[in-house]
Design a protein around this ligand. Structure first.
Ligand code: MN
Length: 274
């Protein structure tokens, strides 16, 4: 299986500044791959040396934004048609909507395991009804895939509204009080899922570990817990991972950047080391 690392620096309609996050991540991944290629001594990185394709979109002109959703869907569809692993790094969380839309078209409907501080179905008085990074799940073209949120800090949205869009949600409080129970239930859900897609909105992390989420919220997940979930739920039915809402202007000594790059390297080894 090859990995297609696609950098899609889209950040309209919320979290301006995260465009730079996807671009920085693209640079960092290219640099990591180049460093590995230069190394003459055997390393574990050889397992994925020739198995990672990198593609970066540019959003520089108005035309680049026309049809962004269809462009993204076409690219994602091509990756999954080849049965490659999709690493989809985008600016704001809305940039992951095309992946959800493509997932929803798949015959064996996949389960999305979503790490996010927010349940992106906001319909409150101060929220736009137009498509935004905070309500995009209400704008999916076609039915939504089954979505399980892990790590939300939501304190306003009524349960009835949430359950229209989410199969299940585990708040950060649930994770704090019963982490083993949450992982156990996620594993049970993953075992019966035909396919799994991980969606990491960086604001799922606690700001102490990840200072550069576009909208940091306290009481978040530790990177250790996210890692535990990814490892516990991993199988060859995992279709990909999306990363969004990384705003590097807020980063402290590259702490957030190195968290993401480490995670990407870890997953590349997971996919390719046999
Ligand atoms: Mn979020």
């Amino acid at each position: 299986m090859k990995t297609q690392a696609i950098f899609f620096p889209f950040d309209l309609f919320g979290s301006g500044g995260t465009k730079a996050g996807a671009e920085l991540l693209a640079d960092a991944v290219r640099e990591m791959l180049a460093d590995n290629r230069r190394e003459r001594k055997p390393t574990r990185a050889r397992a994925y040396a020739n198995k990672v394709g990198v593609e970066e979109f540019a959003f520089e002109t108005l035309e680049d934004y026309t049809d962004w959703r269809q462009q993204a869907r076409k690219t994602i569809r091509a990756v999954w048609q080849k049965k490659d692993f999709l690493l989809w790094a985008t600016g704001n969380h809305l940039g992951v909507l095309p992946a959800y839309e493509e997932l929803a078209t798949q015959a064996a409907s996949p389960t999305v395991i979503q790490f996010d501080a927010h349940l992106d179905v906001y319909n409150l008085s101060d929220c736009t009804q137009k498509l935004s990074h905070g309500n995009f799940l209400m704008h999916c073209e076609g039915p939504l895939p089954s979505i399980i949120n892990v790590g939300h800090r939501e304190l306003l949205l009524p349960h009835k509204h949430v359950t229209k869009y989410f199969t299940k949600t585990y708040s950060a409080a649930d994770v704090a009080s019963s982490p083993d129970k949450v992982v156990g239930e996620l594993q049970a859900a993953a075992q019966v899922a035909h396919a799994i897609f991980f969606d990491l909105d960086c604001d799922a992390f606690d700001p102490a570990y990840f200072p550069s989420a576009a909208h940091p919220i306290p009481f978040g997940l530790s990177p250790h817990f996210v890692l535990r979930c990814l490892d516990a739920l991993w199988s060859d039915r995992v279709l990909g991972l999306a990363i969004s809402e990384f705003d590097p202007a807020r980063d402290v000594r590259d702490q957030s950047l190195s968290t993401l790059v480490w995670l990407i390297e870890h997953l590349l080894l997971k996919i390719n080391e046999k």
